[in-house]
Ligand binder design. Structure first.
Ligand code: ZN
Length: 323
């Protein structure tokens, strides 16, 4: 079992560093948000991170912080605490020994985890997948992150890369993906995919209220706006969300067939519970799984919202590697 010390989580995002101090009960008692400033290079980012960690540690009882966890949006070497690649952050992040640098700067033990796996750790320990034996967790925003709980533990796989359901190929020869493949779920089913497809349909002249909602400036279209238009009955918005949800649903179906999870947790800004996108994804998954009893599988919203990444990182920093 994990020791229950105070712990600090850091979510390294493209725009902000989010930090949180958790007490032994896993509650956030202090938080901070700093600009990432990735264009300044990783040394500057890590120095800012260390400063934020020291400030939060000073708010805990003296000597109570037992560890720090850092969640990073890319490929990380968890065992050695090294970031191998952060494709969405400016600067060169290949081979950066994050945990060693931060441990030196803060005097605290530091552990590194991919941000999607941090989301799964948080939802499994404290959120929607709490107590689950087998769970599939997926978060949809500007990308698709995911992870797996198997036999009551987060499954990391080789290099911590298990659970990348966004990179299943659902449309062979389709849109190019950042991972190097074509036709992955990710470029078809994320927030940017929804925005791009909605704009394309506006430009093609389909009847829709979307241009009017943004005063004619199609660049103002966001996934949230498309969702609002869909709720109001706009056919283009509904079609766009249904199509994106369909692609996610195919990806979910493949993962469900592989795992037979008791629960599917969906989170992130795009997958609004009960919305068009969610319904299409769930319905598609349910109608494309025939190898396990899909009626017994529950689809539930993630419980920790915006804080899941930083909470998961903090729990990871506190754990002894049990996931
Ligand atoms: Zn891909």
């Amino acid at each position: 079992m994990v020791e229950r010390a105070w712990t600090i989580g850091v979510d390294l995002g493209g725009t902000f560093l989010k930090l949180a101090l958790l007490n032994p009960a896993g509650e956030i008692v202090a938080r901070d948000r700093l600009p990432t400033g990735g264009f300044e290079g990783h040394d500057a980012v890590l120095a800012r991170m260390a400063e934020g960690i020291r400030r939060l540690a000073a708010q805990a009882p003296a000597g109570a912080v037992g560890g720090v966890g850092v969640g990073a949006p890319g490929i990380v070497d968890m065992a050695n605490g090294v970031i191998d690649d952060l494709p969405n952050l400016p600067g060169r992040w290949s081979g950066v020994p994050v945990t060693a640098m931060l441990a030196t700067a803060t005097g605290l033990p530091v552990r590194l985890i991919n941000d999607a796996r941090a989301f799964v750790v948080a939802e499994h320990r404290l959120g929607a997948a709490r107590g689950a034996d087998t769970a599939l967790c997926v978060t949809v925003g500007t990308g698709i992150g995911g992870g797996i709980v198997a036999h009551g533990r987060v499954l990391f796989g080789l290099g911590g890369a298990a659970g990348e359901i966004g990179h299943q190929i659902v449309q062979p020869g389709g849109i190019a993906c950042t991972c190097g493949n074509r036709g992955c779920v990710e470029p078809l089913a994320t927030g940017p995919a929804i925005t791009a497809e909605a704009i394309r349909r506006c430009v093609q002249g389909f009847t829709t209220t979307l241009p009017e909602m943004v005063g004619g400036d199609l660049n103002q279209i966001t996934p949230e706006l498309v969702d609002r238009a869909a709720e109001a009955g706009d056919p283009v918005a509904i079609g766009t969300l249904r199509d994106a949800g369909y692609w996610l649903g195919l990806g979910l179906a493949g993962a469900i067939g592989t795992l037979a999870p008791e629960i599917v947790v969906l989170g992130g800004g795009v997958a609004r519970p009960g919305g068009c996108y969610w319904r299409a994804a769930e319905q598609t998954a349910r109608t494309h799984v025939h190898v396990c009893d899909i009626d017994r599988i529950r689809f539930v919203p993630a419980a920790l919202g915006y804080d899941a990444g930083v909470i998961g990182a903090a729990l990871w920093g506190q754990s002894e590697g049990s996931g």
